[in-house]
Design a protein around this ligand. Structure first.
Ligand code: PLP
Length: 451
């Protein structure tokens, strides 16, 4: 199916890529096939995908039953306008409500994590307008977090390097620091650090005026921003602060949903319930674009009103609730449950994490952290001062692993001076033997870096 004669790499504008370095070089190899945790390119090389694409292919590559469901659904009903009702959309919304443990939950479907978060912001603002708090419009987000690439979600993103050149940002967004136990002040216990960060949120709400703050958005664990796991008291304290000030808690589970962290949803580690939750990626394991914004009953009810009063949610997405994507999403969830992939993420994740912790004796390995199969290794030049490893040196380690057939990630283009965290988020079907391959590639690369 491929025309390999075409050799104009610049016709395709790649994300996050400096095309100048590709000039005068052979076109990059193409990925032609994938199975389980492995990608195969047109040069015959096999790569272990330690990032599950962009942390999305939770059930692994090459699932014939997902292809079958997509083909069957496309044959039967390829598309319906989102204002119409289709079986797959209704069934998936119902399934999400059950999984969330909401007595009643309501799902608005879109096609990407950015859209799901953008939708959440709009719902939060309109909710407050329609419940007697018209001045509540500000959204508080966290430094280091990633929430998407649209103007509002980029503004919410707390990663300075991603914003350069795109000002002005959207109005009405603020940032607070997330817990970062590795770089917290040494005088704090983990619990005190969690409390300090929750207090920072509360102080910010108070300084801004609680009557102006609509929502707080956070990932349960920061993922692309460097795998930051909060102390156990942080999320419960955040929930309390939000409740006290009438601020909606939006949990961005675009990465942490659907088994990734060893719980079906990331927030289950800390037993808090969000007001709004956003999903993408693992909801369909990336087989088709699909995302969701799920809200609790009281939020949905605020949108009731007489026709013509403009109280309904006035947004439409051409591909929202796409029947083929929803059918694939349903089957994907069935696979995650049937094959206990959440449990596998937990057991193989803790196997890989303990192996990585063995690298803490290496002079460049400052910290190893994560949950399930969302793991990070923070690289430093000096363990005492925690001086971060420069981005190009950390990148050389990633490239060394890639050369040896193991793709891993790094928090590139995030925080100036702190793009030094290696990221591991393989498909949840990973076996111990494949975890060993990831570990071996990294320890070789680290050894090489010392020479
Ligand atoms: C936590 C988080 N939220 C939102 C997004 C945006 O998702 P998308 O790229 O599908 O728009 C991402 C993407 O990586 C993400 O990691």
């Amino acid at each position: 199916m491929q025309n390999t004669e075409i050799n104009t790499p610049d016709a395709l504008w790649r994300p996050m890529t400096q095309h100048q370095v590709m000039r005068g070089k052979d076109a990059p190899s193409r990925i032609v096939r994938a199975e389980g945790c492995f990608l195969y390119d047109d040069q015959g090389k096999k790569h272990l995908d330690g990032l599950a694409g962009l942390w999305c292919v939770n059930v692994g590559y090459g699932r014939q039953e997902l292809a079958d469901v997509a083909r069957d659904q496309m044959g039967e009903l390829c598309y319906a306008a989102p204002v119409l009702t289709t079986g797959p959309a209704v069934e998936l919304a119902d399934k999400l409500q059950t999984l969330m443990g909401f007595e009643k939950g309501h799902t608005y479907f879109t096609s990407s994590g950015s859209e799901a978060n953008e939708t959440a912001f709009k719902i939060a603002r309109q909710f407050h307008l329609q419940t007697g708090n018209p001045r509540k419009y500000k959204i508080i987000a966290r430094h280091r977090a990633y929430h998407g690439n649209t103007m509002a979600t980029m503004t919410a993103t707390g990663q300075a390097e991603r914003k350069i050149g795109y000002d002005p940002m959207a109005a009405g967004f603020l940032h607070v620091p997330p817990p970062y136990p590795y770089r917290a002040h040494a005088k704090f216990t983990a619990e005190e650090h969690g409390e300090e960060c929750a207090k920072f949120l509360e102080d910010t709400i108070n300084y801004e005026g609680a009557e102006t703050v609509a929502a707080f958005i956070m990932e349960p664990m920061i993922s692309g921003g460097g795998v930051l796991v909060p102390p156990d008291n942080y999320l419960p304290r955040v929930r309390e602060v939000c409740d006290k000030h009438g601020v909606l808690l939006i949990l961005d589970e675009v990465v942490s949903g659907f088994g990734r962290t060893g719980q079906f949803f990331g927030h289950l580690h800390w037993g808090v319930k969000p007001d709004i939750i956003t999903f993408a990626k693992g909801i369909s394991s990336g087989y088709l674009p699909l995302a969701a914004t799920v809200v609790r009953e009281n939020i949905f009810e605020a949108f009731y009103g007489e026709p013509g009063t403009l109280r309904h949610f006035r947004q439409i997405n051409t591909y929202g609730g796409h029947p083929v994507a929803c059918a694939v999403g349903l089957k994907n969830i069935e696979i995650i449950e049937r094959e206990s992939l959440t449990e596998n993420a937990r057991t193989v994740g803790s196997y890989l994490q303990s192996k990585l912790e063995g690298l803490l004796t290496h002079p460049y390995v400052g910290d190893v952290r994560g949950r399930g199969l969302l793991l990070g290794v923070e690289l430093v030049k000096d363990k005492e001062s925690k001086e971060p490893m420069p981005a190009d040196e950390a990148n050389a380690i990633v490239q060394h692993c890639a050369k040896n057939g193991v793709m891993i990630g790094r928090n590139g283009n995030t925080i100036p001076g702190l793009c030094n965290v290696l990221i591991f988020a393989p498909p949840l079907v990973l076996q111990n033997s494949e975890a060993d391959m990831i570990f071996d590639a990294l320890s070789n690369a680290l050894q090489q870096a010392l020479n």
